[in-house]
Design a protein around this ligand. Structure first.
Ligand SMILES: Nc1ncnc2c1ncn2[C@@H]1O[C@H](COP(=O)(O)OP(=O)(O)OP(=O)(O)O)[C@@H](O)[C@H]1O
Length: 273
């Protein structure tokens, strides 16, 4: 992805939160009885933060992301996104969403996949072309406009889906285990590229992961969740420089935070992948 020099864009602790959840709960009613997917969630996420949600399967990470995105509705408590309800935020196109699988249409070229949200939103052809070019450049896929998804590696496809999520320039990026299906070397590379992209664009990112090193490397804060019912067990700040590189994983500071996350996952009576 682009190597534009990092800009000073510290997380704005004084500014209004992008996401604010108070006593948020969500219970699914199922044939086997209620499933308490989220319980008493209190969380503020400020502009420019990179917040990872980590926890074992079933602790509600995806459900929380889906509530923010208005794909599920909370059954208790309150949540705002950019100061309005998730529904209104969705109508205002406040966020881009990246799924675990790239979910690109195989019959569309990479450029036309990235352009899809812009077509739906009615952007002019000239504006679409400019935005597609800019965002493919941002994820280092310039030159691949005319390729089809199956002609790209899994990592490249996921970068294309990030370009698509960014195409209409939302301030908030919601990412649900975007690199979970990729091998470790590719994942490391994409982690570095995502970090640069976050630094350069100043987006707010909420990122679901099962990986402790990934969470510690990427985040400004890590939300450790535990299951049954899904709740927040710990919130861990990560104060590494924004322009950190993978070498930071060998430092004592990194190891200490990783240990705190691991400890939190164990205390939450959960397992660690
Ligand atoms: N649509 C649904 N209907 C009923 N129960 C659901 C539904 N979606 C999720 N659940 C349940 O809610 C709980 C939380 O699920 P969720 O997918 O949010 O967890 P997760 O932490 O993202 O898990 P994973 O890491 O496996 O993706 C789980 O017990 C799950 O089985």
């Amino acid at each position: 992805m682009t190597t534009t020099p990092p800009q000073a864009r510290p997380e704005a602790s004084g500014r209004a939160p992008v996401i604010s959840a108070r006593d948020l709960s969500l219970t699914y009613e199922t044939a086997d009885g209620p499933v308490h997917a989220l319980s008493h969630i209190d969380l503020d996420i400020r502009p420019g933060e990179f917040v990872s949600l980590i926890g074992p399967s079933g602790c509600g990470k995806t459900t929380l992301l889906r509530v923010i995105a208005d794909l599920e509705t909370a059954t208790g408590g309150e949540i705002t996104v950019n100061g309005v309800s998730p529904h209104d935020a969705r109508l205002k196109r406040s966020y881009g969403y990246v799924f675990q699988a790239p979910a690109l249409y195989p019959w569309r070229t990479i450029a036309r996949n990235v352009a899809l949200p812009l077509e739906i939103m009615g952007f002019s052809k000239a504006e679409r072309e400019e935005r597609v070019g800019r965002n493919l450049d941002l994820v280092n896929l310039k030159g691949f406009e005319r390729k089809f998804p199956w002609q790209l590696s899994g990592g490249m496809q996921q970068r294309a889906s990030i370009a698509r999520a960014l195409s209409f320039d939302p301030d908030l990026l919601l990412m649900d285990e975007p690199f979970g299906a990729l091998d470790e070397i590719v994942r490391d590379k994409l982690n570095e590229q995502l970090l640069r992209l976050w630094d350069v664009t100043g987006k707010t990112v909420v990122f679901v992961t099962h990986s402790i090193p990934e969470a510690v490397f990427l985040s400004t804060r890590i939300v450790v969740m535990s299951p049954r019912p899904g709740r927040i067990h710990d919130i861990i700040p990560c104060d590494f420089p924004r322009d950190r590189t993978l070498e930071i994983r060998e430092t004592q500071g990194f190891i200490d935070i990783a240990n705190r996350v691991r400890h939190g996952l164990r205390e939450g009576h959960s397992y660690v992948d």
